[in-house]
Design a protein around this ligand. Structure first.
Ligand code: PLP
Length: 415
């Protein structure tokens, strides 16, 4: 599209790459204005779980839009929101008794941080130090950037980001160093520890063990430091289980969900909180209420999509699809293991990743060259630096998955 006034996200308009126009999507396929069929190998940036235009979700959105489109949520409620909250209570960790709505993964993280600080203030022992995991990513608003890794993407804003204490990434062989650092940081007193459970997404699809996740949680429990699980990417089956935390039998104090919450059809997020976090804000004193809202908090149309997603999880064999895709991903990835330019092959649930050549960082020119190659071959893949990952919708067929890996194999040879 030339002459468009649109300023695209994470896009350098000074480079002349074409911006394809998508007119329709279905299952794992995107159809462009030019009539090309593109395989969505990254679930449209990790959001589409069941597949594009799932009939139940699409119908729920249409029906709700005609019935009740929007209503202020401060002091008012509606059925779709109540259905989502009850549905989440039924399948999310038992201790998470409260559901707070917002609009995106980033806002769910902002809410989580504000809840943690409110918890400590209202208990009469104010704490504000936040512990984070090295290479973490939690969104692009100022607070979410503050608890994420610093780099090229936030250099301009760094003077405004608040200080956090970073725990080293617990990669293989470095688990104990990370646990020791966390133990020290918790002993010194901290409000909360925020983590992406089991796998760091934007940080490069870096996985660590369930055992380590469990040990990190245990340290926080021992010191009374709130444990915030950011499952914005890992939730809804991505890592093979409903939540990544499930694999470590960890119940966080605060849980962030977004992306797959509506099946990826429409923006919505929730921050779930344990009863003590809610109780700290509960009083007859208006000064202690939770001061957060946005215009579209718990928008009924978005909630109807989330309610449909929850029904799909209850009534369709989603867990079987996830298990099946996980097996196929593992097999397809293994077939690339002998390639001399592929390294660091890793696989967790429906996510598979590998590195091409040597690490060159996010701004290396390998990524745009790969991006171009994949686009020319009608596959939507968006490498993170020299890391190529495959994270398709759960409905993807064998032919499409095979094609993704054939194109990656060609890229290994040619790019
Ligand atoms: C994508 C992501 C976010 C931010 O979500 P948005 O909806 O893009 O604001 C936060 N945390 C994690 C782990 C993510 O992957």
């Amino acid at each position: 599209m030339t002459g468009s006034p649109i300023w695209h996200p994470f896009t350098q308009h000074g480079l002349v790459d074409p911006i394809p126009e998508v007119v329709r999507a279905e299952g794992a396929a995107l159809h462009t204005r030019e009539g090309r069929r593109v395989i969505d190998a990254i679930s449209s940036w990790w959001v589409t779980t069941h597949g594009h235009a799932h009939p139940r979700i699409a119908a729920a959105i249409a029906e709700q839009a005609a019935r009740l489109d929007q209503i202020i949520f401060a002091g008012w409620t509606h059925e779709p929101a109540e259905t989502v909250a009850a549905g989440l209570r039924a399948i999310m960790p038992e201790c998470l008794t409260r559901v707070f709505f917002s609009d995106s993964g980033s806002t769910s993280v902002e809410v989580a941080l504000k809840m943690a600080l409110g918890y400590w203030l209202h208990r009469g022992e104010p704490r504000h130090r936040i512990l984070v995991l090295e290479h973490g990513y939690h969104g692009d608003t100022i607070g979410a950037m503050s608890v994420g890794a610093r780099g090229a993407f936030n250099r301009a804003y760094e003077p405004l980001l608040f200080d956090v204490e970073t725990i080293p990434f617990p990669g293989e062989g470095r688990e104990q160093a990370a646990l020791d650092a966390l133990e020290r940081a918790c002993s010194a007193g901290a409000a909360a520890f925020i983590v992406e459970p089991l796998i760091l997404g934007a940080g490069g699809m870096l996985a660590y063990s369930a055992h380590t996740l469990k040990a990190m949680h245990a340290i926080c429990v021992r010191h009374g430091v709130l444990f915030i699980a950011d499952e914005v990417m890992t939730g809804w089956g991505r890592t093979g289980s409903l939540l990544a935390c499930d694999q470590a039998h960890v119940s966080p104090d605060i849980l962030c969900l977004s992306k797959g919450l509506t099946g990826g059809a429409i923006p919505l997020a929730v921050t779930m909180a344990s009863e003590p976090v809610f109780a700290a804000h509960y009083a007859e004193d208006r000064a202690r209420m939770f001061f957060h809202s946005s215009s579209y908090t718990a928008n009924p149309i978005a909630c109807a999509a989330a309610a449909a997603n929850l029904a799909i999880w209850r009534e369709e064999p989603v867990r079987e699809r996830v298990a099946d895709l996980s097996r196929r991903q593992a097999a397809a990835l293994a077939a690339l293991s002998d390639h001399p330019r592929a390294s660091n092959l890793r696989h967790l649930g429906t996510i598979a990743a590998l590195d091409i050549g040597a690490a060159e960082g996010y701004l290396s020119d390998l990524a745009p060259r790969l991006l171009r190659f994949f686009r020319e071959h009608d596959v939507l893949l968006r490498p993170l630096g020299n890391t190529v990952y495959v994270m398709p919708p759960y409905c993807i067929g064998d032919d499409d998955l095979d094609r993704i890996y054939r194109v990656i194999a060609c890229a290994l040879d040619e790019v």
